[in-house]
Design a protein around this ligand. Structure first.
Ligand code: ATP
Length: 439
């Protein structure tokens, strides 16, 4: 059984800053609390997390199609979905220091985590988490719009459009990746909880009688996805919600949890939402959001199974799961043992010397490999240091172009985890990498 590694948190935050994975936002203006910018390495990794999800959830399935819905949305959607009245967290104020906290996340029920004083917290009041703004040049009721707090409603309101245009029959799903916004009372733990974040959600529409079976299927499939992408099983668990934790419309919900440095916490929620969403939107809009089965001549409102994951939060979990330090001779090697699909760069080309006879053809090789993969090129510093720099950002393979290459037309390829090196003819480098990076 694994235990949380408390020291890991600072190591990940430091590595992120130092190597351009994630920076605190608006730093030159003194920072803007709990917002983050993804740097040159982070943007690659975040894209890879989203691409890996899309590949498994859309590309490799015939029963799921994609969508990219708008972020700005009229109040009618959130009225029907229940978010206007219910999407809130219990907020308490500290009379002593003025800090605000989420009551359900307090470690000690009546103690302010900021100043440590007990007995000074106010009664909880419900604080709606949606960001409201105004669309167009006039302000006022007619112009009120919301930034979506989840991507899911885009799939529900487009159910009929998508079902009709894609000619899909239940069971089928609609998937979307995109930004969501929540005015969290207490954002924190680096990118774990932020006010602006990215989600990867899929709504899977099924015949009502099959919903329990599909719920099981998606719980298993989603757990497996994290393991297939390199997270070890002892850092993951599936926690079924207790009866009193369930939303009134959900018949079952489970969280995929990861062992973060502060303990087990949610990566993804999988929920059997019944026909709640389609029924609500049908009622509020007057649209027919049903399915007519030509064979059985039956008309029904599909039930929905929803696997809802956070892309930014999942990226952070991948960083934590992959981080390793090992002793190599007198040196500590920091290595991100990332699955190749998640790794920012797949390969780096490193000429042994800056001399033009090596750097020229090495650049050519890097350019050629860049047509297929993100390929880094680095000709500064000693080769050992360059390997370490690539290890630290999880590059699976380094290709070294040396003086022998000029004679034998072969290069050395070094594997990140084992540090083993093999000599591969230049003409075979692409195929060699392709074989190892396609699995
Ligand atoms: P919590 O209870 O932690 O506030 P939630 O259960 O309301 O979160 P969902 O609405 O189920 O979260 O959202 C699905 C996923 O979106 C979460 O599992 C998480 O990965 C991600 N997510 C939700 N809120 C945030 C946030 N503020 N910052 C980053 N990711 C988030």
């Amino acid at each position: 059984m694994s235990t949380p590694d408390a020291g890991l948190f600072d190591k990940i935050v430091n590595l992120s800053k130092r190597r351009g994975i994630v920076y605190p936002s608006a730093e030159i203006y003194g920072g803007f609390r709990s917002t983050y910018d993804y740097g040159p390495i982070g943007v690659l990794m975040l894209r890879n997390v989203k691409d890996a999800w899309w590949r498994s959830m859309v590309q490799m399935r015939q029963d799921v199609v994609g969508l990219d819905a708008s972020i700005l949305s009229p109040p009618a959607i959130w009225e029907a979905s229940g978010h206007l009245s219910n999407f809130s967290d219990p907020l308490v104020d500290c009379r002593n220091c003025g800090a605000r906290h989420r009551e359900d996340k307090l470690k000690k029920p009546d103690q302010c985590p900021t100043c440590g004083v007990s007995g000074q917290l106010t009664e909880a009041r419900q604080f709606n988490l949606m960001f409201k703004t105004a669309a167009g040049p006039v302000e006022g009721t007619g112009a009120e719009v919301f930034l979506r707090p989840e991507t899911a409603q885009g799939m529900f309101i487009n159910y009929a459009n998508v079902q009709y245009t894609s000619r899909k029959k239940p069971p089928f799903g609609i998937a979307q990746i995109g930004k969501s916004f929540r005015n969290e009372i207490t954002p924190g733990n680096f990118v774990f909880r932020t006010r602006e974040f990215e989600q990867m959600e899929m709504e899977y529409f099924v015949p009502p009688e099959d919903s329990a079976q599909w719920y099981e299927y998606w719980c298993e499939t989603r757990m497996q996805w994290y393991m297939d992408h390199g997270m070890s099983a002892d850092l993951l668990r599936l926690r079924q919600h207790e009866e009193d934790e369930l939303s009134h419309y959900a018949s079952a919900t489970a969280d995929v949890e990861f062992l973060f440095p502060w303990g087990w916490d949610e990566l993804e929620g999988i929920s059997n939402r019944g026909d709640f969403d389609l029924t609500q939107h049908a009622k509020a809009s007057g649209a027919k959001l049903e399915f007519y089965d030509q064979v059985s001549k039956e008309r029904y409102t599909p039930h929905v199974i929803e696997p809802a994951a956070g892309a930014t939060r999942t990226m952070m979990a991948f960083l934590m799961a992959a981080y390793d330090e090992e002793q190599v001779n007198d040196d500590t090697r920091t290595v991100l043992r990332l699955h190749h699909r998640i790794a920012p760069y797949k390969v780096a080309v490193l000429p042994l010397s800056k001399k033009p006879e090596l750097s020229g053809p090495a650049t050519e090789l890097a350019n050629q490999l860049s047509g297929t993969w993100m390929c880094d090129y680095d000709q500064t510093q000693a080769i050992g240091k360059r390997y370490r720099r690539q290890d630290e950002i999880g590059t699976p393979f380094c290709v070294t172009y040396d003086f022998d290459t000029l004679d034998d037309q072969a290069v050395t390829i070094r594997e990140r985890d084992s540090m083993e090196q093999v000599r591969v003819p230049l003409t075979e480098v692409h195929a060699w990498l392709a074989q190892r990076l396609s699995a």
